[in-house]
Design a protein around this ligand. Structure first.
Ligand code: KIV
Length: 274
């Protein structure tokens, strides 16, 4: 049975931690789904992790839809959460509804995530009214990188912390089904988790959130770039060794061997062909 926001609310009540992973393709989503992860986020981090952009701003709705479709095809049980890319909801509530509808109808997602607090209350209300579950992402919001001036921990002063609490309450009041907090001090994330009725998901927000999210490629060590403080490598699937072994085997003629080749029973006639 596919997980739903009703299950996540119960998990908050019973303190059964919610697991979310950002992943973008069929094989990753299949592995996550079969392993029993609760939510697969088709994150706009795909722009950086898979498409090689320097930030998340360039990825389009059309590109995100390709990844959403792949993840949805692979997922039987996990809730598929579509990340709304930059400028797919900021321009107007109408655009937000139209684009979210694409993620639900074409991408077959079960809900959408957008970055922002109280300034998106109207948008969250409209999406919720259309029965589209919304996850509101607060704290460090990478789509605001140019306004924030860097990937920094948020809510460090009393005023900034109060603003985050107010944002969390406002998005919950507007109908958000969950609140995702990125790079928020652990104690503040705990406070917000206690205040809210809806579940919280943390990334760089400490252990007191109702659930956690990490990027697939980060926690499996699938890429060797910058590793933020909040990432723990649960495996080191660094492909370099395998790639080098492949190159060496091809160059030395050791691969492919007969075991990896096809042959016919009576094939002498092949010699006579020209
Ligand atoms: O795009 C993404 O992967 C995200 C997570 C880091 C929360 O938004």
């Amino acid at each position: 049975m596919r997980k739903s926001i009703v299950d996540f609310k119960k998990q908050k009540e019973t303190q059964d931690k919610i697991t979310m992973v950002a992943a973008y393709d069929y094989p990753s989503a299949k592995a996550l789904d079969e392993a029993g992860v609760d939510i697969i986020l088709v994150g706009d981090s795909v722009a950086m992790v898979l498409l090689g952009h320097e930030d998340t701003l360039s990825v389009s709705v059309e590109e995100m839809l390709i990844f959403n479709k792949a993840v949805s095809r692979a997922s039987q049980n996990a809730f598929v959460l579509a990340d709304m890319p930059f400028m797919s909801y900021q321009s107007s509530t109408y655009d937000a509804l139209q684009n979210a509808a694409k993620f639900i109808k074409i991408g077959r997602a079960n809900g959408v995530k957008l970055e922002g607090g109280r300034e998106f209350s109207e948008c969250i209300k409209a999406l919720s009214r259309a029965s589209i579950p919304v996850v509101a992402h607060i704290g460090l919001t990478p789509q605001a990188i140019n306004a924030m001036g860097g990937y920094k921990v948020q809510g460090k002063s009393k005023e900034a912390a109060q603003k985050l609490i107010d944002d969390a309450k406002a998005v919950e009041d507007a109908g958000a089904s969950m609140v995702l907090m990125e790079c928020v001090p652990s104690k503040l994330a705990k406070k917000i988790t206690e205040i809210l009725q809806v579940p919280t998901i943390g990334i760089g927000a400490g252990k007191h959130c109702d659930g956690q999210v990490l990027v697939y490629h980060d926690f499996l060590g699938l890429h060797q770039g910058f590793k933020p403080k909040f990432v723990r490598k649960f495996a080191d699937l660094n492909p370099n060794e395998g790639i080098k072994a492949y190159i060496n085997a091809v160059k030395s003629g050791e691969f492919p061997s007969d075991a990896h080749s096809f042959s016919l029973e009576n094939d002498e006639w092949i010699e006579q062909l020209y």
